[in-house]
Design a protein around this ligand. Sequence first.
Ligand SMILES: C[S@@+](CC[C@H](N)C(=O)[O-])C[C@H]1O[C@@H](n2cnc3c(N)ncnc32)[C@H](O)[C@@H]1O
Length: 283
Amino acid sequence: MSPAEPDPFADPEWRAANRRLWDERVPIHVAGDFYDVPGFLAGAITLRDFEREDLGDVTGRELLHLQCHFGLDTLSWARLGAQVTGLDFSEPAIEAARSLAAQLELEAHFVQADVYSAAERLGRQYDIVYTGLGALCWLPDIERWADQIHALLRPGGIFYLAEFHPIGEVFADDSLDLAYDYFGNDQPRVWDEPGTYADLEASTRHNRSYEWVHPVSRVLDALARRGLRLERFREHDHTLYRRWPFLERDDQGAWRLPETLPSLPLMYSARFLRPMDPGPPSA
Ligand SMILES: C[S@@+](CC[C@H](N)C(=O)[O-])C[C@H]1O[C@@H](n2cnc3c(N)ncnc32)[C@H](O)[C@@H]1O
């Protein structure tokens, strides 16, 4: 960051506001239809097919899920055989995740901490670090985030990221009219909207949020500059929620642009390897 740019860590208001917002939304998400907790308790795996394909067999692997919310995806990896740790800064989210793990008798470790202090708080490295859909927009600084990923990953380990494609953020709410910049978003977008994507009508008090748009190139480049090697990168033509009113739901539950419109990437996923550290030079 150049000296002229504001340091987002100098003003913790973004973190306090975002935590209040998430703390309030956790019980709404646990109780609502969107996350289908009864279906999860009955055995569902909430991960997307492409995530499972990209990561492959996780049996016995030590997996850290950053920004795990109340743990459905984390516990899904546990159901697939991983030894999981989930981390989130929201205490109600971590409590709900622990309660689900206990009800299901799934072995899992949940830690309440900010992503930016994850390496220090956890004090160890993992075979797999995973971060899932809807995580990066809450983070002001992708460089400091990439430092955390590198520090948390064992040499030979895999970092896997699945995210909403930031191109979706340049359009207006109800049309494909260009409305916002793709680049140059160091300043947060500050929203003040009741409800949640999981229940638009939910009555909420803490509605102010600070969010950032991170171009795909910045995310991939930040990881590559820390020595992580890109093994797989995909863009997906569908998403998880009704981003625009004209999206259509397919029979798998995914939201897609109608065939009458040009196609756009709506999610992306990337798999990186942290190569083994080079040994000492041979004599
Ligand atoms: C949309 S949810 C992620 C959903 C997730 N993919 C899942 O498994 O359901 C975003 C999560 O990020 C967490 N979060 C936001 N900022 C954070 C931060 N600075 N440190 C840790 N967690 C954070 C929120 O508490 C919330 O649980």
